[in-house]
Design a protein around this ligand. Structure first.
Ligand code: SF4
Length: 230
């Protein structure tokens, strides 16, 4: 249930949400991956599946010796797809991995560090031009692999923002992103922690059916107040 109050949050509201989640859950120490290559592969594989399934696919890639840009580039598509089967949508995801690897091979001599050293203004469009990489995946990579301040928006973020009754100037990814980016300093560490905390809160408490009783945001959440009242 969404009881939007059409109240535009100010900087204090955005900061208060972060502070409340950080106090409740502590630092999340994301990304749950080891180094930029693993972050990128994980960001592509995690679309529409659980992280547990992603971890199985990551291990399978390592075991098969497909753990480099060069290996992703050279391995036949069907073999790559079979290796990441546990992640779901494996044919599409294999194609995304190969298309990304082809970009790095062709334009950056296979040097991932050189690619990630691009400034934010160039890196994000480069990623969005890769077949199958959308804004959320691009920002996962920009933020967690390259360390640039680009706020990640996912379904969890939209759910919490909507339930808090915060007005958003549209439904697009960029509309939700601006809600945070326009009210926070461009600080990659802050954006990193903030997104991780949102995911934690949405997974543990503000679930599809929220557990509002005892929620740290209850006092400022019209959806939660209404649910408790009923
Ligand atoms: S009170 Fe908490 S759990 Fe309930 S809808 Fe609001 S944010 Fe979600």
């Amino acid at each position: 249930m969404n009881l939007r109050q059409d109240r535009s949050p100010n900087e204090t509201d955005i900061r208060a949400l972060y502070d409340a989640l950080l106090e409740a859950y502590g630092p999340q120490n994301w990304w749950p991956g080891d180094g930029p290559f693993e972050v990128i592969v994980g960001a592509i594989l995690t679309q529409n599946t659980s992280w547990t399934n992603v971890e199985k696919a990551l291990e399978a890639l390592k075991s098969a010796g497909l753990w480099s840009i060069g290996a992703l580039h050279e391995t036949p598509l069907d073999r790559l797809a079979g290796t990441i089967r546990s992640s779901g949508y494996y044919n599409q995801k294999a194609r995304k991995l190969k298309t990304f690897a082809e970009l790095v091979e062709a334009e950056y001599a296979g040097n991932l560090a050189r690619f990630l050293a691009l400034p934010l203004v160039d890196l994000r469009p480069e990623l969005l031009a890769v077949w199958g990489i959308g804004e959320e995946t691009a920002d996962d990579i920009v933020l967690y692999a390259a360390g640039h301040a680009s706020f990640v928006i996912d379904g969890y973020t939209r759910r919490i923002v909507d339930r808090l009754g915060w007005r958003v100037d549209g439904e697009a990814y960029g509309d939700y992103q601006a809600l945070f980016s326009d009210r926070l300093p461009a600080d990659a560490r802050l954006f990193n922690e903030y997104h991780a905390l949102i995911v934690r809160h949405a997974a543990d408490v503000c679930r599809p059916t929220p557990v509002c009783e005892g929620c740290v945001l209850l006092a400022t959440c019209p959806t939660g107040v209404e649910r408790i009242r009923r």
